[in-house]
Design a protein around this ligand. Structure first.
Ligand code: PLP
Length: 387
């Protein structure tokens, strides 16, 4: 006979499951909105992306499954963009690159690798950091703690605090670093500071784990924004790098990025790659193709690649211009002698202002200047839109 679901299904089967409210995950969309394009707030699609998509459509590309590790042409160019095409690491086949579900999915895959092959190892993350980092490591059951990063007194980097916390972490910890344009502070170490950070990480046998979500979008130069990662790689260190194309190509919803693991030999690389695939297979089987093809087409075509770089310079340049204007106006109007130069020193689309809660609220209530309240709820953060 047939099973009567109506009589069976009568209890509250999910009594302990509570709803969780999420903040606006679409913050990036606010950033990717061109302000008054035709009087409407329209999310901006890069011209070069439209061109690549047209090419793809003309070719009538199919929708066959990708291999677990993703599109080969994408994996090749994404590692080359990150490390530089002529980096000996690539020749030596010492980079295990696996296409991921954008930055988040790539970080999550690396977290799964850490959980499986480095049981008990800790990840240390900056205070503050992008909110999802904690979720990702919690979800993967990887223990984490924070290292000092932001110094409210200077609205700059707490370099000494950062160094001593990295030093104090248990040997062999993973040190999560933002490759460029630190989210949410906009404060990056200088190259000299990066060298010292690399020294201490090597001294403690830690493993650097870079999150690169803004390559090219921060300074306008793909190479300059990768200089932190390349500096570590040039020391022959093993390291992890998660990449995202959400911002620099505006591919937010395509979920395109990669996890790269730099290993000490081609043999270790092959083993790591196979284990990354083994982790990916039961999670999502294989990654989506559309964004991977866009990236491979843009980078693989010299004319499109050149155009992308120009558009990136435009986006980064716009943000730099706004920073300069904000700095000029504040310096001209503020008679208190406060040093606002941190606005120029910070990079990327976020700026910590150092304003406290009352000051931020005054700006909102009286002047309609809206800022997010980050980091212990006290700092007005400005988010610059790219267009
Ligand atoms: N990492 C950082 C620091 C970010 O700011 C972001 C996006 O805001 C990401 C990773 C990941 O974004 P996505 O998953 O869209 O690549």
């Amino acid at each position: 006979g047939s099973f009567d679901h109506s009589t069976f299904w009568k209890g509250n089967r999910f009594p302990s499951i509570k709803a969780k409210s999420f903040g606006r995950i679409s913050m990036a969309v606010a950033v990717n909105v061109s302000r008054f394009e035709g009087e409407e707030l329209q999310p901006y699609v890069l011209k070069v992306v439209k061109k690549a998509e047209n090419l793809m459509l003309e070719r009538g590309e199919n929708k066959e499954y990708l291999p677990i590790e993703g599109l080969a042409a994408f994996n090749k160019v994404t590692a080359e963009l990150l490390f530089g095409a002529d980096n000996p690491l690539i020749q030596q086949q010492r980079v295990a690159t696996v296409q991921g579900l954008s930055g988040t999915g790539s970080l999550r895959l690396a977290a799964a690798l850490i959980e499986r092959y480095f049981p008990g190892a800790k990840v240390i993350i900056s205070s503050p950091t992008w909110g999802n980092h904690k979720n990702i490591f919690n979800d993967a059951r990887v223990p984490w703690s924070e290292y000092r990063y932001y110094d409210p007194k200077t609205v700059g980097l707490d370099f000494n605090g950062m160094m001593s916390d990295i030093k104090a972490a248990p040997e062999g910890s993973f040190v999560l670093l933002h490759g460029c344009a630190h989210n949410p502070t906009g404060i990056d170490p200088t190259l000299e500071q990066w060298e010292k950070i690399a020294d201490i990480i090597q001294e403690k046998n830690h493993i650097p784990f870079f999150d690169v979500a803004y390559q090219g979008f921060a300074s306008g130069s793909l190479d300059a924004d990768a200089s932190s990662v390349r500096l570590f790689a040039a020391r022959g260190m093993e390291l992890l790098v998660a990449q995202s194309y959400s911002k620099n190509l505006g591919l937010y919803s395509e979920r395109i990025g990669a996890i790269n693991v730099v290993c000490s030999s081609a043999d270790a690389t092959a083993r790591v790659r196979s284990q990354l695939k083994r982790l990916a297979r039961p999670m999502y089987s294989n990654p989506p193709i559309h964004g991977a093809r866009i990236v491979a087409n843009v980078v693989g075509n010299p004319a499109l690649f050149k155009e992308w770089k120009e558009e990136m310079e435009l986006m980064a340049g716009r943000i730099k211009n706004i920073r300069q204007k904000l700095f000029d106006s504040l310096s001209a109007k503020d008679k208190s002698g406060k040093d606002w130069s941190f606005i120029l020193k910070q990079i990327g689309m976020f700026s910590y202002t150092g304003l406290n809660k009352a000051q931020s609220e005054n700006m909102t209530d009286k002047w309609h200047v809206y800022m997010t309240k980050d980091w212990k709820n006290i700092i007005g953060r400005i988010i610059f839109s790219q267009m």
